[in-house]
Design a protein around this ligand. Structure first.
Ligand code: FES
Length: 126
């Protein structure tokens, strides 16, 4: 994760998500709006924001993934730009959990209800 401190985590945001809506030429896609709204959240330096093109959850976008070394990876869907503050707060909790496992009761309700996938750390045998 060049450009970010050791132990840093990353938010991957699909900037191609359309939320199932028609989008005209020149319109900003909902996924790009979510990315821009997150960029406005003043994320800590050790939380990197990375735009990506499609996380294969197109029917339940907008979609993001949280990942980091030695941590579980989480994919969340059904997001929109208005949820950027919730996502930013969730990313801080994710960063502060050494293995990325944020206790269920402290997770944002949107995260509880819209987890698309969770993937064990590469370093884990679980
Ligand atoms: S276009 Fe966003 S997940 Fe596929």
């Amino acid at each position: 994760m060049s450009g970010a401190p050791e132990g840093a985590v990353e938010i991957l945001v699909c900037v191609k998500c359309r939320q199932g809506q028609p989008v005209g030429d020149g319109d900003v896609l909902p996924g790009a709006r979510l990315h821009d709204a997150l960029a406005d959240q003043n994320l800590p330096a050790d939380i990197r924001l990375t735009p990506v093109e499609c996380l294969s959850n197109c029917t339940a976008g907008c979609t993001v993934a949280l990942r980091g070394p030695g941590r579980w990876t989480y994919v969340y869907g059904n997001l929109d730009a208005g949820l950027a503050p919730v996502l930013a707060e969730g990313a801080v909790k994710y960063r502060d959990a050494p293995d990325g496992l944020v206790p269920w009761r402290t997770r944002a309700e949107h995260f509880r209800k819209n987890c698309i996938a969770r993937i064990p750390p590469l370093e884990s045998s679980e």
